[in-house]
Design a protein around this ligand. Structure first.
Ligand code: SF4
Length: 57
């Protein structure tokens, strides 16, 4: 399971750049999860998010 807290997301785009099969930027400029499979790149993106808005489990 992969989740983005859109209230915390600052829209930096890093996760969508690192892992486009999991994240895409929505019309509000926030990240949204398009595939909630817990992949290595989703985990890397979660660890790299500057505001810790991504949870993976
Ligand atoms: S890396 Fe974090 S702050 Fe940046 S777009 Fe993704 S969820 Fe939002």
């Amino acid at each position: 399971m992969v989740k983005v807290d859109q209230n915390t997301c600052i829209g930096c785009g890093l996760c969508a750049g690192m892992c486009p099969e999991t994240f895409q930027m929505d019309l509000d400029g926030k990240s949204e999860v398009i595939n909630d499979e817990n992949t290595p790149c989703a985990k890397n993106a979660a660890e790299s998010c500057p505001v810790n808005a991504i949870s993976v489990n």
